[in-house]
Design a protein around this ligand. Structure first.
Ligand SMILES: NC(=O)c1ccc[n+]([C@@H]2O[C@H](COP(=O)([O-])OP(=O)(O)OC[C@H]3O[C@@H](n4cnc5c(N)ncnc54)[C@H](OP(=O)(O)O)[C@@H]3O)[C@@H](O)[C@H]2O)c1
Length: 346
């Protein structure tokens, strides 16, 4: 095999093993795929789950990794004429978990296949490290909006006082949700550690509350009432369903409230009358998914990066070592990060 048709990858040989860096054959793009030369990879909790417990992996060897940025090498035969062409700098949402660990589609390698619907061209001012932070956060925000029934075209005037709760506003997916909510004109009530309050406000939150305070839910309800705002929608980035329910129940006014949570619903997930709780996800139907990703990545994110109305968040911290550094970086993520996205340069 020549160097042109093989590349380096961090492969999981078996369930629960460490990632091992090795050469593998470079795949050819399928009709609607884009082959990306990866320059930066951002890390997500699901990567840890895939490595450590085989989460969403059907067979081995497998390659995890969802968030990549790099340059287009080649495109499939049916890729749209206005899609990113070879040489274009892009961010890509590699479908590692949707494809159940299929090595061709995992982001932890120097060349990866990404469906064209999951790819966003980058304006000049956005670096690869910044761009890699975007795809999972953007996907999860729009998937939450899907569950909450928020129309894409929503554009409230703040005087309409439409409230939304974002629990975990300094997290990767929460900071993205704060930004989208603000762009749509919601009055955003968020939680974060006190040291991140100004940062979360800078992204668009109207008020930020310390989730470590024992009366945090009461404080949010009190503030919303003082603001004359009802909160009928909640985005729980952390899996803290109970305090979100407490806020929504007391601040929703009449009618039913909706909460989208980032952790799968379990038999012991708290419930409350008058609040519908759902897991942040979109239907498995291929047509629905392709349209969803197209709107999120080819249309919305492309435009918002150009206008600079949406920025990569929270703050990137570059970890060293390239693909060889992945195991250590995932161990670090597992210990927990604070308003930080770990990014690896290749
Ligand atoms: N459903 C899906 O499709 C989907 C997709 C992506 C992620 N997820 C899940 O969503 C969760 C968040 O992922 P992520 O990548 O955004 O995480 P992350 O950025 O690694 O989360 C770290 C942040 O969580 C905040 N935090 C921790 N405990 C908190 C609490 N009790 N209340 C409020 N904030 C708290 C911390 O805030 P401070 O630093 O301010 O203390 C920190 O900034 C993970 O469980 C992940 O697996 C689900």
């Amino acid at each position: 095999m020549s160097a042109a048709n093989q590349h380096l990858a961090a492969v999981l040989p078996s369930k629960g093993s460490s990632l091992s860096v090795t050469y593998r054959p470079t795949p050819k793009p399928g009709p609607t795929d884009i082959l990306i030369e990866v320059k930066s990879i951002a890390l997500n909790p699901i990567d840890v789950g895939m490595r450590d417990i085989g989460f969403a992996i059907a067979s081995y060897p497998a390659i995890p990794g969802s968030d990549v940025a790099g340059t287009v090498i080649s495109i499939g035969s049916s890729v749209a004429a206005d899609a990113p062409q070879p040489g274009t700098r892009v961010a890509g949402f590699a479908p590692a978990f949707a494809m159940k660990g299929d090595p061709d589609y995992g982001g932890f390698q120097t060349r990866v296949l990404v469906p064209e619907a999951n790819v966003t061209p980058l304006p000049e001012g956005v670096s690869f490290n910044e761009a890699a932070m975007l795809p999972m956060a953007v996907y999860t925000t729009w998937a939450g909006w899907y569950q909450l029934g928020i129309d894409r075209a929503t554009a409230y005037d703040p005087s309409e006082k439409k409230g939304i709760l974002v629990w975990g506003g300094s997290s990767s997916i929460g900071s993205s949700a704060v930004q989208l909510a603000k762009l749509m004109g919601f009055v955003v009530y968020a939680t974060a550690s006190e040291k991140h309050h100004e940062y979360v406000k800078s992204l668009g939150a109207t008020r930020v509350f310390d989730y470590k305070s024992k009366d945090v839910s009461e404080s949010i309800v009190k503030a919303a009432k003082a603001d004359g705002v009802e909160i009928q929608l909640g985005y729980d980035a952390i899996g803290e369903v109970q305090p979100c329910l407490n806020v929504l129940e007391a601040a929703k006014g009449s009618g039913v409230a909706k909460l989208a949570t980032s952790k799968p619903i379990q038999p012991d997930t708290p419930t409350m009358d008058g609040v519908e709780v759902s897991f942040i996800s979109i239907p498995a139907d291929t047509k629905v998914r392709t349209e969803f990703f197209h709107q999120a990545f080819n249309v919305w994110l492309k435009e918002k990066l150009e206008t600079k109305e949406f920025v990569p968040s929270p703050r990137a911290r570059v970890v060293s070592g390239g693909l060889e550094g992945l195991n250590e970086a995932l161990d670090e993520l597992k210990k927990g990060v604070s308003a930080t996205k770990l990014v690896l340069e290749l």
